[in-house]
Design a binder for this molecule. Structure first.
Ligand code: FEO
Ligand code: CA
Ligand code: CA
Ligand code: CA
Length: 640
């Protein structure tokens, strides 16, 4: 058992190392990139202008920002220590840590050894991520993703984080997935209701139903499930979503890392192309977690279709602990970050989704049926139309429908190989789409484009880096920066005030940057970035009921060089109208701040602290533990 080694690769770095993107030679596109860069320097894109207008638009609204702040708090300074900070007038406390019991028969957490395999499915999972709170009368349920595990702190020292037995695999599987837990507030603060009948752990072996256009297709059939409609487990549950009818959506992101092979492969062209595009390792004993060494379900030499059964949006009814989660293939298969719903004026359900990989795409799904409050919602997410985003340089965009006619693929193939469908219609390559948030106070939505170190980068031979489809990642209008270390947030407004519309206007809400290190140029960031509110790599995002944008970061926290003055990862609030952005909360060293939801009375915020390297929250000598913290105002006022 060892502490987290800061040198350990993040999943993203591991993926990039194992699946480096190919390069292509294309000098014209390099020239195009330079032109695009000049355009950015001249001024940010303005909303509704139909063009990149010099010096106008929301990001140049310095005068509107002065003295008209909507924020009820003073900006927090950047922090570099091992704990959580909030502004004066606010306080925080720990709600739950990885390994805390959901049931009274759970094993105790050992400060140096963690949790044993027996009972590892009775505790709060590791690496907390997306979460949503649901309430009915006096009951509040917090539903939370546990994205991945840190094998080195869960497996005996000397194993280098590789499972050496089926028991090791089972323990890792149990710490991931989704936790449903009742929470309550009393005079001592918030706590998990241990043994609540609603408490539930959903992990890598929990039975799931598969529905939608790919259900029952040959691509999803396995020896264990010849019907192709029933799978086990949900994987790498990253961001979250919710439906207006009160179900939870968990989003399968880096599912590829769980699969490997014990022997040389002889793959069909379809399987080979799919594994390449989605980054499933085809090297003998590759794969990140060595599940395949002990569980043939994860061995693609034996079950080449098993990876086709992961990478979906999964719907969970938190109010029925016996319900079977449903994998909705209609919403496509990719590295799903989160799922943000909106309702179209005619009642159709719209779900916005990002594919978090360098140079992949943004998607929108529109249901075939309409939502009727109190009506049957059981199949609303089963049938509809998937679209992919194409951004034009003039500030407009279009949602391209992924149809058999336009892609040359069947509906089932579009559902399973969604990335290929996006390529077939020439979607816009993006800088790693992370969370999308829909503004409840205006007909608009936002997406964090976290960073892309390969955008416009050349390899040693002078070739432009490509995405997994071989498309050169040259700068484009919504991703205008080469070697994008800081990230940006794109915003769009659908035409006709209808989220189901196929066209939209867009602009950049913010380009993160560092104007103290880079006095001008694209790395200085947009006008709403200043020495006081520096951050990089926007990732998590929610918009509260008042329309404030809460932005969480997952970036470089070394506080040096390009990142000097940014401190640890953090949560900031943004005003959608003035563009003002202000730091609200900072996380402990090494952590990402991810996952945000509110109590039913909106006087408490629940904030996720993922993968701290500092021994948070228990202090020196203890294992670092991903945790959810609660934040309140000292005067118990509303928090959005
Ligand atoms: Fe799991 Fe893209 O963050
Ligand atoms: Ca994320
Ligand atoms: Ca991230
Ligand atoms: Ca993370």
């Amino acid at each position: 058992m060892t502490q987290i080694d800061p040198q350990d690769l993040s999943f993203d770095d591991w993926d990039e190392k194992n699946f480096p993107r190919q390069t292509v030679q294309d000098f014209d596109r390099v020239v195009e990139a330079a032109v695009s860069r000049r355009g950015f320097l001249g001024g940010v894109l303005a909303f509704g202008s139909g063009a990149a207008v010099m010096g106008t638009g929301l990001l140049k609204s310095g005068t509107a920002m002065a003295g008209t702040s909507r924020f009820a708090f003073d900006q927090l300074a950047p922090q570099t220590d091992g704990t959580v900070h909030v502004p004066a007038g606010y306080r925080w406390d720990t709600l739950v840590r990885w390994g805390d019991p959901l049931f009274s028969d759970a094993p105790a957490f050992d400060a140096s050894n963690g949790i044993p395999t027996a009972g590892s499915d009775r505790v709060f999972g590791e690496n907390t991520d997306g979460m949503e709170l649901f309430h009915q009368s006096n009951t509040e349920l917090l539903v939370v993703n546990s994205e991945y595990v840190n094998p080195k702190i869960n497996l005996p020292a000397g194993q280098e984080g590789r499972p050496a037995s089926a028991s090791d695999v089972e323990r890792l599987q149990n710490f991931q997935g989704v936790s449903v837990m009742e929470v309550t507030e009393d005079a001592d603060g918030w706590k998990v209701v241990v043994d609540s009948p609603y408490n539930r752990r959903i992990h890598h072996r929990t039975p799931m139903v598969i529905d939608g256009p790919a259900a029952g297709h040959d691509l999803l059939k396995t020896d264990a499930d010849p019907t192709g409609t029933a799978s086990l487990g949900t994987f790498n549950n990253c961001g979250s979503g919710r439906t207006p009818w009160g179900t939870y959506l968990t989003c399968e992101e880096n599912f590829n890392g769980y699969f490997g092979t014990t022997e040389e492969l002889s793959l069909s062209d379809v399987h080979a192309a799919g594994f390449k595009r989605y980054g499933v390792s085809t090297k003998v004993d590759g794969g990140r977690y060595n599940y395949h060494g002990f569980d043939p379900r994860f061995d693609i030499s034996k079950n080449p279709n098993e990876p086709h059964r992961a990478g979906y949006i999964v719907e969970i009814d938190p109010w029925n602990p016996d319900s079977t989660p449903v994998k909705h293939t209609a919403l496509g298969r990719f590295k799903h970050e989160n799922a943000a719903y909106a309702l179209a004026p005619d009642g159709r359900v719209v779900v916005y989704m990002g594919d978090d990989e360098r140079g992949e795409y943004m998607y929108k799904w529109v249901s075939a049926g309409v939502y009727v409050p109190g009506g049957d919602t059981s199949t609303l997410l089963s049938e509809g139309q998937l679209h992919v985003a194409k951004f034009n340089d003039d500030g407009t965009g279009i949602w391209l429908a992924l149809t058999p006619e336009d892609t040359g693929m069947t509906e089932a193939e579009i559902a399973v190989f969604t990335r290929m469908a996006g390529t077939a219609v020439s979607a816009t390559t993006m800088d790693r789409p992370e969370w999308i948030a829909v503004n409840p106070t205006a007909v608009e939505a936002y997406c964090c484009l976290t960073n892309n170190s390969r955008r416009g980068a050349l390899d040693d031979d002078g070739n432009v880096r490509t995405n997994a489809a071989g498309e050169p990642m040259v700068p484009n209008a919504p991703n205008p920066r080469e070697i994008n270390r800081y990230g940006q947030i794109v915003r769009w407004r659908p035409h006709n005030d209808d989220h189901a519309a196929s066209t939209f206007d867009w602009d950049l809400y913010v380009m993160a940057g560092n104007p103290t290190v880079h006095t001008d140029g694209p790395y200085a960031g947009s006008a709403n970035i200043n020495a006081g509110n520096l951050f990089n790599s926007p990732d998590g995002m929610q918009i509260d009921s008042t329309g404030l944008i809460w932005i969480q970061t997952d970036g470089d926290d070394d506080n040096e060089g390009d990142f000097a003055g940014m401190g640890n990862n953090q949560m900031l609030a943004g005003d959608p109208v003035t563009g003002e952005i202000r730091r609200f909360l900072t996380g402990p060293n090494g952590s990402e701040v991810t996952g945000l939801t509110w109590s039913a009375d909106r006087r408490t915020m629940f904030v996720g602290i993922q993968h701290p390297s500092a021994p948070f929250p228990d202090g020196e000598g203890a294992l670092p533990r991903s945790s959810i913290v609660v934040v309140k105002r000292d005067d118990n006022a509303l928090l959005g």
